[in-house]
Write a protein that binds this ligand. Structure first.
Ligand code: HEC
Length: 121
């Protein structure tokens, strides 16, 4: 029960953040994204991923690039990580804004993108 309440709180905060139109949002988009591979994924990050990104990025629903599949990500990586982060936060074609992760912070998105593109140069 305690854990559940904690998750709900995160969601409420995230929704409040999303409602903000201006400065805060730009700051999210401009955040730098590292491209170094992560060795041991954070369990909390994996929990967020399983509940959101994984829904589409495991099977490629709607043309989603598949996690860790080089060919799917190569061209996208050339756009630069800033744009990938922006598309994740703002949405891009069939990619929904925030990728269904209302509890994710900008650092989480950066880490999730990094995780999904591991294995690509
Ligand atoms: C409802 C399905 C769905 C979910 C959930 C989802 N994605 Fe996506 N995602 C897509 C699709 C479809 C595309 C391809 C969009 C295109 O290129 O037209 C995509 C593309 C992307 C891209 C590449 C954008 C680009 O500029 O090429 C990134 C990065 C990404 N998703 C990250 C995430 C992350 C991180 C999450 C979880 C927080 C997530 N996605 C959740 C469907 C989804």
């Amino acid at each position: 029960m305690k854990k559940r309440w904690h998750v709900m709180t995160l969601i409420v905060f995230a929704v409040m953040g999303v409602g903000c139109e201006n400065g805060e949002h730009d700051a999210l988009v401009e955040a730098p994204v590292k491209t170094t591979a992560i060795s041991a994924p954070d369990p909390e990050l994996m929990r967020l991923w399983m509940n959101s990104c994984a829904l589409c990025h495991v099977t490629g629903v709607g043309g989603a690039p598949i996690v860790g599949k080089f060919d799917d990500w190569a061209d996208r990586l050339e756009q630069g990580n800033e744009l990938l982060l922006q598309h994740t936060i703002e949405g891009y074609n069939n990619m929904p804004p925030l990728g269904y992760c209302m509890a994710c912070e900008k650092d989480d998105f950066a880490a999730l993108i990094e995780f999904m593109t591991v294995g690509t140069p």
